[in-house]
Ligand binder design. Structure first.
Ligand code: AMP
Length: 372
């Protein structure tokens, strides 16, 4: 298969960064968007808010292979596309990752530890799940949740009805609340011939449910955890016969790693790789889906990714700082909206923290830096 033109479903910042990574490889990009609010600002846009067959046909006529930037994509659309053009990651991967119940079942099938869980279809079943698991629990809508939305922590039995009503979803995955020491993630890419390469484990810090900082590589990771993370994600990639980049979020606990959730796409916790690794997650995803050899996934230097949420930055002040790489998405700032990120790199971890503090001093209202 000779790929010249790549189709992306979804027109947000992940599509934009894929296109930016693929243009030096000579690829053309066609972007299909049904949201009515495309922001990628790159490639040829097929805007189709009312889902007309005609616009989809025009898009498919232009592309050699199709990928997507978000997993909340109708499965029937994915299946229709897969009948006409190669779709990576495949529809099985999409179906598994967009439903927490299926995702958990696959973790279990593959022997990947995950928090204990039950499924609840009613407030009564939610109560029984709490009885079985013990308090506290985290209840999550089985589908459509992201960035902590559609979730509730239940700490007392009399909170069950309120949690059920607040989430307002007919099927919940109810998990034991995990007291983790930190949140990690691993990103790996599987090529068209089944070869797998993993990026190192990274450490993620959230504020109000949104990722704010990623430190890559994560500090003081034991060899056992590094091997386990690579092993877990490789099992998932092979089981799904996956092609492209997959992200797996993990909780680190004194008892070992637990898989939280996965995303069948390039991931915010991999943005550091644009400046901290030889080959970014975006380029590796494109290499995989177009049948090219995969690039080096090792971290080249300690990197901190700072997410810019709903703010504008003083470009002059930030560009004046050394080893600081700005990636703005050309989006209008709104509270909670990801509008860009900054990768800060350094030769050592301690000089990295010093450099990040300098960057933070010229940014508006950022959450506390965890390595102060
Ligand atoms: P998720 O949408 O599953 O990634 O959950 C969003 C955030 O909620 C995670 O990043 C964790 O900080 C927290 N969280 C999710 N599941 C659990 C759990 N079982 N125990 C404790 N915290 C959790």
């Amino acid at each position: 298969m000779s790929v010249k033109s790549i189709g992306i479903l979804g027109a947000g910042q992940l599509a934009r960064m894929m296109a930016l990574a693929g243009m030096p490889l000579g690829y053309r990009f066609n972007i299909y968007d049904t949201s009515g609010a495309p922001s990628a600002g790159i490639g040829t846009l097929f805007s189709d808010p009312s889902n007309t067959q005609q616009e989809l046909n025009s898009f498919l006529a232009e592309v050699d292979v199709v990928t997507y930037e978000f997993e909340h994509l109708p499965l029937d659309l994915a299946n229709t596309i897969a009948q006409r053009k190669p779709l990576h990651p495949n529809a099985l991967s999409l179906a598994t990752c967009q439903d927490r119940e299926r995702e958990k079942a696959m973790f279990t099938e593959l022997g990947i530890p995950t928090p204990r869980y039950r499924i609840a279809h009613s407030a009564d079943e939610l109560r029984r799940a709490v009885d079985a698991l013990g308090l506290p629990v985290v209840a999550k809508s089985a589908t459509e949740g992201y960035d902590g939305k559609g979730q509730a922590v239940i700490r007392a039995l009399d909170e069950v009805d309120a949690a059920w009503n607040k989430i307002g979803h007919p099927r919940l995955v109810v998990e034991s609340f995990v007291t983790f020491s930190r949140e990690l993630s691993v990103i790996a890419v599987r090529g068209a011939q089944g070869e797998v390469k993993s990026y190192p484990l990274v450490e993620n810090h959230h504020h109000e449910g949104i990722l704010r900082y990623t430190l890559a590589p994560a500090r003081q990771v034991s060899a056992t955890h590094a091997d386990q993370a690579a092993d877990f994600i490789t099992r998932l990639l092979n089981r799904l016969d996956y092609v492209g980049v997959l992200a797996l979020e993990l909780f680190e606990t004194p008892q070992g790693l637990l898989a939280n959730e996965m995303a069948p796409r390039v991931h915010n916790s991999g943005h550091w790789s644009m400046n901290g690794a030889a080959t970014s997650q975006f380029e590796n995803h494109l290499r995989a889906i177009s049948g090219l050899p995969l690039g080096n996934t090792e971290a080249q230097r300690p990197t901190c990714m700072i997410n810019l949420i709903g703010c504008e930055i003083d470009l002059k002040a930030v560009t004046a700082l050394p080893d600081c790489y700005i990636h703005l998405y050309d989006k209008t700032p709104r509270p909670g909206r990801k509008v860009g990120h900054i990768n800060v790199c350094a030769e050592t971890e301690s000089s990295l923290h010093e450099r990040v503090r300098q960057v933070l001093s010229v940014l508006p209202s950022m959450p506390d830096y965890p390595y102060a």
